[in-house]
Design a protein. Structure first.
Length: 379
């Protein structure tokens, strides 16, 4: 008994049968598909290419299993793990059925060109940064295939110089006024009457997630990695000789290696948010529990839309941006740069667990409209 209405084609080539579903349920429509597939295989056979063998999808699957194992071993964050899986969900329709032994330098160049012609969700061309991340994923799978003995060498990747150079652009952030608006709405939604306990907990946690991420300049993956045992209220000395309270968090950061955590310091309003979380912490918690149980990807997106802050069009360039959870870190860094006169890039960089050059090149890149507003406000 057939298990599908779609018609399949079968061909005996290079000593084995090869089967392909045409995706069509009528003979008239299936014949052209089968014919094209037949001529493609015959052409590859005449060119000496292997018809049988492991596909890119075969090794992408085992590569992602290795990524999952690294996550459970504490070597990478949930955000990093999710990024790998998300990238494969995008690339799978494009490259999944390619035999991994057929991947060479020319093929990688063609992939780059193909993806460069694609559009993102805002119907804009893919950024060079996205194209480079595509290539890094593909190369990761190829390195995995080499370790497994399928490949002798990984082909040379295409160059990203000249027109392929990645343009440095800061991630969309929130101005202080926008951030205040977002926080007020988050609190209002968390305090709405007649919420069921789960929704209330999710909204309240999102409210804390925003405040702590901004006050500690946390990357999404860093915030998701924090456990109760990683948090401690401490006092540090200030230049005037007094003491100031901060929350010290050990985070699994972007540059963490082998599960070794970095120190993040949560300041100002994030301290209050942390104390509120401690007060609301369930009695049956364990020290190994993560302080944020939700990812808040969709919750943050919806909150930004409700606040009218999801999309932003720069009034001077006309360029459209969208904000998400990842906008919280640049918001925290930008607020510190705006609030403190003559602040040292080195100090901000140390606090944000990055380099002074990254602060200069990526984070201190307020949109021109925002910079003009700051100049006008200061007379």
């Amino acid at each position: 008994m057939p298990t599908t209405k779609n018609i399949s084609a079968r061909l005996y080539v290079q000593g084995k049968y090869v089967r392909k579903s045409t995706g069509e349920s009528t003979l008239a429509k299936a014949k052209p598909v089968a014919s094209d597939w037949f001529h493609e295989l015959i052409g590859r056979d005449r060119n000496g290419q292997s018809i049988h063998g492991a596909t890119f999808a075969n090794y992408a699957k085992s590569f992602l299993q290795r990524v999952d194992a690294r996550f459970y071993a504490g070597e990478i964050t949930e955000g990093q793990r999710r990024n790998y899986h998300d990238k494969w969900s995008v690339l799978r329709p494009v490259i999944g059925n390619v035999l991994i032994r057929d991947v060479d330098h020319d093929w990688l160049q063609q992939l780059r060109l193909t993806r460069a012609g694609s559009k993102n969700r805002q119907n804009q061309p893919l950024s060079n940064s996205t194209l480079k991340k595509d290539m890094l994923f593909v190369l990761g799978v190829l390195e995995h295939a080499k370790r497994e003995g399928e490949l002798k060498e990984v082909p040379q990747p295409p160059s990203f110089s000249s027109k392929w150079t990645i343009r440095r652009r800061g991630r969309p952030f929130l101005t202080e006024t926008e951030y205040t608006t977002l926080l007020q709405l988050a609190r209002t939604q968390a305090e709405e009457p007649d919420l069921n306990p789960r929704v209330r907990r999710q909204r309240l946690e999102l409210y804390w997630f925003i405040r702590i991420s901004v006050a500690g300049a946390l990357r999404v993956g860093e915030a998701e990695s924090v456990r109760w045992c990683d948090c401690e209220l401490v006092e540090i000395g200030t230049p005037d000789g007094s003491k100031a309270e901060v929350v010290r968090m050990l985070v699994l950061g972007k540059h963490s290696r082998g599960g070794r955590r970095e120190v993040a310091m949560v300041l100002s309003d994030g301290i209050s948010a942390y104390k509120e979380m401690v007060a609301e912490r369930p009695s049956d918690y364990t020290s190994e529990d993560r302080i944020f149980k939700e990812s808040h990807r969709e919750g943050m997106k919806q909150l930004l839309k409700d606040a009218g802050l999801y999309e932003y069009r720069d009034p001077f360039t006309g360029e459209m941006f969208t904000r998400n959870r990842k906008s919280l870190r640049p918001t925290g860094i930008t607020l510190q740069l705006d609030r403190i006169e003559n602040v040292s890039y080195r100090d901000i960089a140390d606090w944000a667990r990055t380099s002074p050059s990254m602060i200069l090149d990526y984070y201190d890149q307020s949109h021109l409209g925002h910079r003009i507003s700051r100049i006008l406000s200061k007379g």
